[in-house]
Write a protein that binds this ligand. Structure first.
Ligand code: HEM
Length: 107
């Protein structure tokens, strides 16, 4: 079960609230500082930025549907994302379930 907003960028469910990442190559708010290897390992492992000790990527990001793609396919996706014009758009950090429940509770 999940609820989302009109632009499908914020998702609420048992994991709290997650926000779709800025996939443009902006250096401070997007993937401008990521390496191709970060992207490939993100898809293969489901860990944030593909870091071995990174947090688990939250739903509904379907990384497990990308994990069996070939390196060539993931590299092609990465090349496409890097070709986009950078957009400065700071996406909020995920909100954990208790914090989300407290924010939604009647005052
Ligand atoms: C080819 C399609 C997609 C690509 C290339 C893509 C790429 C990414 C990347 C690189 C991240 C950052 C993961 C990280 O923290 O390391 C991300 C996060 C996220 N994506 Fe996707 N995504 C795709 C499809 C989708 C779809 C279909 C949805 C929703 C139905 C979605 C929802 C999200 C959400 C909510 C996050 C934030 C997850 C978190 O904070 O842990 N993505 N995506």
């Amino acid at each position: 079960m999940a609820a989302t907003n009109g632009s499908l960028t914020a998702w609420a469910g048992p994991w709290g609230v997650s926000f779709a990442i800025n996939l443009t190559p902006d250096k401070t708010t997007g993937i401008g500082e990521w390496s191709e290897e970060n992207f490939i390992q993100m898809a293969r492992t489901g860990k944030h930025q593909g870091q071995p000790n990174g947090r688990d990527i939250l739903p509904p990001m379907p990384w497990f549907n990308m994990k069996d793609l070939t390196d060539a396919d993931l590299k092609a996706m990465w090349a496409y994302l890097k070709s986009l014009p950078p957009v400065k758009n700071q996406v909020p950090l995920p909100i954990l379930p208790l914090a989300a429940a407290a924010a939604a509770a009647p005052k």
